[in-house]
Each structure stands twice: as C-alpha cells, then as structure tokens.
Design a protein around this ligand. Structure first.
Ligand SMILES: [Zn+2]
Length: 416
C-alpha cells in the first residue's frame, strides 16, 4: 500500500507516508551519503583472532597483530564496551536508542567527526554503516564488480583521495571511542538492478568486496603514512543496512553464512521489541507519530524529507524552521512513547547530508542531547544492543514483544 522512502515495502495498517528511494544522490560539494571507488577483488580473510562479536572475545595475548597488507590490525578487544547484563526479576528494561549513519564518509562538511564528537559529549555510542567503496580510490574503481552493473560503476560518487584519508582517520577514532563500524555495502544501487534484484550469491559478492575495500585500502591507495585501522574487520563487521532498505530477503542468508548477528535493512515496522528473522536480529526502521498529523513516519531523515519537500532536497527555506521542529518532535514522539511505555529499543537512521539546509542533522543532534543523558537511557550501537538481547531470557523477550509501544506494564509480570 505504501511507497517507502529509502526503501519500499508494504507496511501493515496505518496510514504511513514514507519516502522516495534514494535516487537523491547528493549533488553539492560533499560526497554526501556515500562515495568511493573500488579495491582489490573480493576475498577477505584475515589472520585475526577470536570469533565474531563485539563485547566478549577470547583472551588477548596483548600483542598487536597487523593483518594482511597493514590496512587493518587486531589490537585487542574494543575499548569502552558495556557489559551486557541480564534483567533481574521485576526490573524495568533500559531504554535503548541506536543512532546509525549510512555511508559514513568524512567529507568537506566533516559530519562524521562532528557526530562522533556529539556522541562523546552526550554519553552515546553510535553505529557507522560505512560504504566500503569509500576506501577505494577512484583510480582503482575497476576493482569494484557490482552485481548486475558494469565493473567500476556506482550509484554514488567515489571518495576523493583526501576524503579517503579523512574517513580512515574517523574510522580509527570511532572504533577507539567504542562506536561500531558496520556496512552500507558499496555502490548504493537501488531500484531496478539494485539490491532487491540481487541473489544471495550476488549479495555475498557485494559484501566480500566491502570487506576487501576495508582490508586492502593500503594497497589500493598506496598510502604509507597512515597506520592500520585498529580492528580486524572480519570480527568487527557483524551487521549492515542495505542501500534504500532494499533486498533484505536475499541478503539475510548471505549475512547468516558470514556469521553476522543482525541486519538493519528492513524498511519498517512498529515500535516493538525486536525478534530474529532467519536467525539474525532484525532491526527495522520504526514508525513514529508525525507531529500534528494522523499518520506515522519512519525513523529516517529521508522520510521526514519526503513528507516535507517531496523529492526536493532543497525545499522552501522559509519552511526550514518548521520542518526542523517537526522532525525533532517526530523523533521525540517516538522516544517518549516507548520511554514511558514498553521500553522497546528505538532506532534512528540518518545520512550525512545537508538536505533542506541541514535541518535533519540539527534535529538528530538535538535529540541526542535531549535523550542520551536521561535516566535509564542507553544510546548504544546495534552490536551492543545485539549483545544485550543475546544475554536475556528468551521467554522474557517473548513477553516484551507482546507489548504495544505505549504500554507500560507491571514489570514484575514480564521480567520474571
Ligand atoms: Zn544509503
């Protein structure tokens, strides 16, 4: 019934107004959502240690282990990770909020570094879904072999050499801050010939190339003055978000085979406690009450944009203040509903874009500042949320899933 923004999927009930597909590739100076070129062929595999997963790993021998060509390294368990604790009987669950960023390029507008700082200043950690091709120089673009498209092609711009350098630095810092480096895959192909038309084998190829661009940036760029990234991507990467939220059905089996733990590609659902889909935690964009209207809006910048200026990313400036307010209040509507209700984890997806004068970025920043220091709130990464969910009693989670978003139960009847 609905055409979604960044993705399209039939959502049950509710008059949802979603948004366009991401054909709105940036324009303007910064590479925006994504951009970057190719790397070595697909074939990850690194000599890291330990298995997949973030918080808990095997004992570390204290030695830094440089992997492959020196693009990545294993430097021990990731710093600043919370311990996942099981709820005690009658305990009200924490209110988890995940802020996630698609693309994760450090462009001329320095949004990656800015939001990394916003996170640090507000007791938050975030998930950065890197487009792997952002670490592939344009001169090496032929190393990228996208499914159903010509080698070297992409629907987004390849990063400039300077942006590759700057992004590498932000990835390093983000990981050291305890943030997560997930993936937004590579060429951002949507619509016909895009992710929803890809087979599982094609998704596997796309994903292996995303690994490869991260694990071989040193060879591909030739940069000798930048240290290895401080993580083993074979272990760090445990989840992603498909471009335009398209293709989850065939993507999930590929992710499962790679040992991933979650997927954030589902285009939309109500604000309910998460469940697994095909054995992987499924974290869909969520429907939140649109301020002053009788429909709901998905928790992603596109969807607000679509409701405000349609597919025009530079709408009427005289409306910016009002739209920014609506966006902020939309997110806060969603937050308050679960914070005072079921405590279902909340997910927000955003892009490093200056659409409509940057109002969506400001709205997110305001929401981070508003909610992340409140009592009981934990602004975490998807990987951390996954750790927490895996630490809970499945029977408790099953009861939580039955709650409506605004329903504040007697916790003793749920957590027992
Ligand atoms: Zn995207």
């Amino acid at each position: 019934m609905v055409k979604t923004a960044h993705g399209a999927a039939a959502l049950t009930a509710v008059g949802v107004v979603l948004a366009l597909a991401f054909a709105l590739t940036t324009g303007g100076s910064s590479a925006g959502d994504e951009g970057g070129t190719g790397t070595q062929g697909p074939s990850p595999s690194s000599g890291g240690s330990g298995g997949k997963g973030s918080a808990s790993g095997p004992a570390w021998d204290g030695k830094v282990k440089v992997i492959g060509d020196g693009s990545t390294s294993y430097t021990g368990p990731q710093p600043k990770q919370p311990k996942a604790e099981k709820l005690k009987p009658g305990e009200r669950p924490p209110q988890f909020v995940v802020f996630s960023w698609d693309g994760a390029l450090e462009g001329d507008d320095h949004m990656f570094s800015h939001f990394r700082q916003v996170a640090k200043d507000n007791n938050a950690q975030m998930t950065f879904f890197l487009s792997g091709m952002y670490l592939l120089p344009k001169s090496k673009r032929m190393l990228y072999h996208p499914p159903k498209h010509d080698a070297g092609s992409a629907a987004i711009s390849f990063a400039t050499d300077q942006h590759i350098r700057d992004t590498l630095e932000q990835l390093r810092q983000a990981w050291l801050d305890g943030d997560e480096i997930g993936t937004h895959f590579n060429g951002h192909f949507c619509g016909s010939g895009g992710g929803k038309d890809w087979s599982t084998a094609e998704w596997t190829s796309e994903t292996k190339q995303a690994y490869s661009f991260v694990e071989n940036w040193k060879t591909n760029t030739g940069y000798k003055d930048i240290p290895p990234l401080p993580f083993d991507y074979q272990k760090e990467l445990v989840g992603g978000r498909a471009p335009c939220l398209e293709g989850q059905k065939t993507l999930l089996p590929a992710e499962k085979a790679m040992g991933w733990r979650y997927d954030a590609s589902s285009p939309g659902d109500f604000q309910v406690w998460p469940s697994k889909k095909d054995g992987i935690w499924n974290f869909p964009m969520q429907l939140m009450p649109y301020p002053g209207k009788d429909f709901q809006v998905l928790s992603m910048d596109f969807n607000f944009l679509y409701n405000q200026s349609g597919d025009n990313t530079e709408g009427d400036p005289s409306k910016y203040a009002q739209w920014e307010k609506e966006t902020r209040e939309g997110y806060l509507n969603g937050f308050e509903r679960v914070y005072n209700g079921s405590r279902a984890p909340m997910y927000i997806g955003n892009h490093f874009e200056n659409w409509n004068g940057g109002i969506y970025m400001q709205a997110i920043e305001d929401v981070v500042k508003d909610v992340c220091r409140r009592d009981g709130v934990r602004c975490v990464t998807f990987a951390q949320l996954t750790d927490w969910l895996d630490a809970q009693d499945p029977k408790v989670l099953a009861r939580l899933r039955l709650l409506d978003p605004a329903q504040a139960p007697d916790w003793k009847t749920i957590i027992k």
